[in-house]
Design a protein around this ligand. Structure first.
Ligand code: HEC
Length: 190
């Protein structure tokens, strides 16, 4: 019995080590894509607010983010998106089952005192469509985001009117800086 167990663990170990190694390699590669993507969006948001006021920052979330995510997805042969449990644009931002589960786990980690800035998850997942490497990094709300995602006191009448017209089903308000607005999600076929 003991011998069989020992043999099984010997056989299983290299496989296990291989999977962990593979996840770590993909995790590093994902960080190298998602990190600059998020930095660029934060920088564009700051720039738009300084140059044209909070309302001109709409294009960062509405045009620049989806375009950049689409370009990177095509270039890298994977799917990069921004998802949230409380979406503004349900067409682009609705999470799938794995993303929902991960977003909820981020909320739980935050409730236990962990900072949103450093939260991430990397996993290899088997789905009906095949095997995928999946990676998610939390997006912490910055002070520059409250003019469109904060409480009623932070959103101007003009912005509120524009949001109500474009997104009648908007759920993405009421956030304070530091909270998890959503996550960047990367899905790579293996
Ligand atoms: C000037 C208004 C404005 C500001 C400022 C703004 N956003 Fe948005 N945000 C939007 C709009 C509009 C959308 C919906 C875009 C679309 O149509 O896909 C959106 C969508 C998003 C989404 C995609 C998920 C969803 O809810 O549809 C995320 C994530 C997001 N914003 C995060 C941020 C973060 C983080 C900041 C600050 C760095 C920020 N936003 C600042 C207007 C804004």
């Amino acid at each position: 019995m003991k011998k069989t167990l020992a043999l099984i663990s010997l056989l299983a170990l290299p496989g296990l080590a291989g999977a962990t190694e593979q996840i770590e390699t993909y995790r590093q590669e994902s960080r190298a894509i998602v990190g600059p993507f998020m930095q660029q969006l934060m920088a564009e948001n700051k720039k738009a607010i300084t140059e044209g006021g909070p309302e001109s920052a709409v294009k960062v979330c509405k045009e620049i983010a989806p375009k950049l995510a689409g370009d990177l997805s095509r270039q890298q042969g994977l799917k990069l998106t921004r998802v949230s449990l409380k979406v503004r644009n349900p067409m682009l931002g609705t999470p799938d089952a794995w993303e929902q589960k991960t977003l909820k786990s981020f909320e739980q980690r935050m409730a236990k005192g962990e900072k949103a800035d450093t939260m991430e998850v990397a996993e290899i997942v088997s789905e009906p469509g095949g095997k995928y490497f999946r990676y998610m990094k939390a997006i912490a709300l910055q002070p520059g985001c409250v003019s469109c995602h904060g409480g009623p006191e932070s959103i101007s009448d003009a912005t509120r009117a524009r949001l109500a017209e474009d997104y009648p089903h908007d759920q993405a308000t009421g956030y304070v800086p530091g909270q998890i607005r959503g996550a960047v999600s990367l899905k790579r076929p293996l």
